[in-house]
Design a protein around this ligand. Sequence first.
Ligand SMILES: Cc1ncc(COP(=O)(O)O)c(C=O)c1O
Length: 450
Amino acid sequence: MVWENTQGDQLVAKNRHNIAKTQLVPYFNLVVKSARGSIVTDVEGKRYIDLLATDSAMNVGHNHPRVITAMKRQIDEFISYDTGYFTNPTTIRLGERLAKLAPNPGHNKVAFGTSGSDATEAMIKFARAYTHRQYIVSFEGAYHGTTYGALSMSACNVDMARGIGPMLPGIIHVPFPNTYHCRPGETEHETAQRAFADFKRPFAEFLPPEETAAVILEPIQGDAGIIVPPREYMEAVDRFCHRHGILIGVDEVNQGLGRTGKLWSYQHFGLHPDLIATAKSLASGLPLSAVIGSATIMDAPGTSAYCFTGGGNPVNAAAALATLDVLHDEHLIEKSAVDGEYAKEKFIQLAQKHPCIGDVRMLGLNGGIEIVKNRQTKERDSLTAAKIIYHAFQKGLIMAKLGGNVLRFQPPLTISRNLIDEALLILDQVIKDVEENQVELPDELRHDGW
Ligand SMILES: Cc1ncc(COP(=O)(O)O)c(C=O)c1O
């Protein structure tokens, strides 16, 4: 980082002194002062266009007035009572609403937590308790969070696992199909077939299907780089699971709630999930998560196997109800689909000018822009990606990296076309500067990190 002893630099230094390294992913010395819609302002008054939306947790934009009003109203009533003991009208309304958002409305139940990690991990508990089976299948490249169960299913960055094993037993990872980094000349159909053969192999060699509780997956892998699998593959996995009584749990923490242009990302792929985990944007970034599934599955674990003092907190529940209202009333899911196509077209135009862009993957306002050394070899270029991100911050864009070399495009779904245009103009100049070797990357950012 270039340290100039600004107010932001001083605050970041203080933060690093006090906060454990494991909780920090350094990108830029940005200290947030305020945020509205798709604009973030730092402590020095510098304006940034937010293309990260606090990791897809701000689908309705920062500080949406309806979310703020709903929270204030609830705060005036009371802010917390353990909903396990004594519930309240706000949390009841949210439970009712969420239960209708999964397949088979009218037959579902909901369990509340406080983070995406606890929700994805809970799918292990619900699946094991219901099926009386122990094994869980997860995917290479997955990110499900950092509590032990969620971390045990994750497989996208070895740093997450280093020094803290052993992980939860009984979790088997299989490869996830990647239609960009496939074998040379392979068609999407061939990639799907090969990946499905990889998926089935453990079941023939060491993993009895009748002892497998669930397949848990991100229908679109987020942290691996917005990896969109072939529909054919997902349908084959879906059929296999249902034939063998294996539950399907989808992690919609990042990709859900309109991000991909549908309410849930699994709806792109003909999947029939038994469990859905959601968090992040559910309560506009406040600590609230939910698992939704059929009542018989959800009632399988014993009392307090998944239960939190703050789970379903009424202030967070009020924010979630308002967030769902905004998604609906402002047609943000449809907007995400339409504006995603618009942004995709713009990124493809950018790729025509800049050979370092190897692939543009976009479904809704949800993009992975893959940076490569060479379009033929598709060799990943993490250093160039890091320089682009760093310089983007300098020029007033908040952007992050995924999988080392993929630019992450996940603005609030409320972002205007004007701001998309402005952001893409800045990015064009940023990439040009990087290509012309005008960007010096601070040493501490020369790692393959996130
Ligand atoms: C797909 C996915 N699942 C789970 C999580 C974990 O959520 P949290 O950070 O709220 O625990 C994340 C967070 O980035 C995520 O992207």
